[in-house]
Write a protein that binds this ligand. Structure first.
Ligand code: ADP
Ligand code: DP6
Ligand code: CO
Length: 342
């Protein structure tokens, strides 16, 4: 186990970790068990490189509550969700200490850029090390999943599948690496069209969808075929096949959510304009496709040779505030506590 960030000499129960958000190419949307956070479908994602969460977890024997600073602020609902996640680790370690948690995202939080994925992957990774829990990556993925589904995937780098799993207790619903980031180093341009937190968070959005969208069963019935096509495309490094199945899964997920009552519309005008621009580029032969999660940001995935052209097309679109550019990155890892700086 990597303990480099621990101040061993003083015996502090403290560690810091970094994890990056991932974007789903074959989407997760819907829970078959809300308490265990088990998905109705498997999903496939890519972990990003330049966007990150850095989290410092310091357990304090004798302290009752958790004290949380997220991006320099303290929010009751966010603290509650973090406490629930740390409780899973405390139960495993057999301790009841409160923790001081400082975490920072270098990108907009709760805005459709998967802050819950990098946030809870970093929290579980750091928290487990702080408590000297010797957890395998699969166990970390399972615990991260219980805190936010997409976080299961950010434990790993590159191309990742979070499998549906068969067991009722959910211990086999974990993420597994499909392919290393450097084995197929695609790039991603992220068009930021709003930095505001979304009005309906992912958890609430997918639960509303399951309760009210008439398309829920069609979504579940067709997912296995999409996963299979995407796995094959990734294995074969077949860009066109991955482009086509990824846009299909993205639009199908949004169609499902749009049909909820009341309908979930995560896009703004700039999101739609960016979709058209990406499709126009592809028609001209540029290797690029889009995906959009539960928020208004558009992610354009492309071959490295196309990145400048893609960025220019997105930057130019009315309503685009900024375009970030990232490669594919590694999974959660230990960092020095002074790197968090929150
Ligand atoms: P997103 O699209 O950013 O993943 P979600 O609605 O899924 O949006 O989740 C956002 C929530 O994730 C935040 O309101 C907060 O509770 C949690 N979160 C975000 N960043 C962090 C972090 N660094 N550490 C812990 N929790 C975080
Ligand atoms: C649209 O993982 O944020 O980004 O499990 O309730 O925390 P919770 O939801 P979350 O949902 C992500 C939904 C998505 C698709 C995806 O990432 O697969
Ligand atoms: Co999320």
């Amino acid at each position: 186990m990597n303990r480099e960030s621990r101040t061993d000499a003083s015996g502090e129960l403290r560690a810091a970790s970094q994890a990056q958000p991932n974007i789903a190419l074959i989407k997760y949307w819907g829970k078959r068990d809300v308490a265990l956070n088990l998905p109705v479908v498997g999903s496939i994602s890519i972990t990003l490189e330049s966007l990150w969460t850095r989290t410092d977890v310091h357990f304090m024997p004798g302290q009752k509550d958790d004290r949380v600073s997220l991006n320099g602020r303290s929010d009751q609902a966010e603290t509650k969700r973090i406490t629930k996640c740390l409780d899973l680790l405390r139960t495993r370690a057999g301790v009841d200490y409160g923790a001081n948690v400082a975490s920072r995202n270098n990108f907009p939080t709760a805005a459709g850029l998967a802050s819950s994925a990098s946030g809870f992957a970093a929290l579980v990774h750091a928290g487990a090390r702080a408590l000297n829990l010797d957890l395998s990556l699969e166990e970390q993925s399972m615990l991260a999943r219980r805190c936010s589904g997409s976080a299961a995937r950010s434990i790993f780098g590159g191309y990742v599948e979070w499998v549906h799993g068969k067991l009722a207790d959910g211990t086999d619903s974990v993420a597994r690496p499909l392919l290393d980031a450097n084995a197929w180093p695609l790039r991603v341009a992220v068009a930021i069209t709003s930095t505001a937190a979304k009005q309906v968070g992912s958890t609430e959005g997918m639960n509303r969808t399951a309760e009210t969208s008439p398309y829920q069963s069609a979504w579940i019935d067709t997912q296995e075929a999409d996963l299979s096509v995407a796995r094959d495309a990734i294995r074969a490094r077949d860009f066109d096949a991955l482009a086509s199945i990824s846009e299909y899964s993205c639009l199908k997920m949004h169609a499902l959510a749009l049909a909820a009552q009341p309908g979930l519309l995560y896009w703004n005008g700039a999101t739609v304009e960016c979709m058209h621009r990406v499709r126009a580029l592809r028609q001209q032969g540029v290797p690029v496709f889009f995906t959009v999660d539960a928020g208004p940001q558009l992610k354009a995935v492309c071959e490295p040779s196309a990145i400048e052209q893609v960025k220019a097309a997105l930057r130019d679109a009315p309503g685009v505030l900024d375009v970030l550019d990232t490669g594919l990155g590694e999974g959660a890892r230990a960092i020095a506590t002074d790197l968090v700086g929150a």
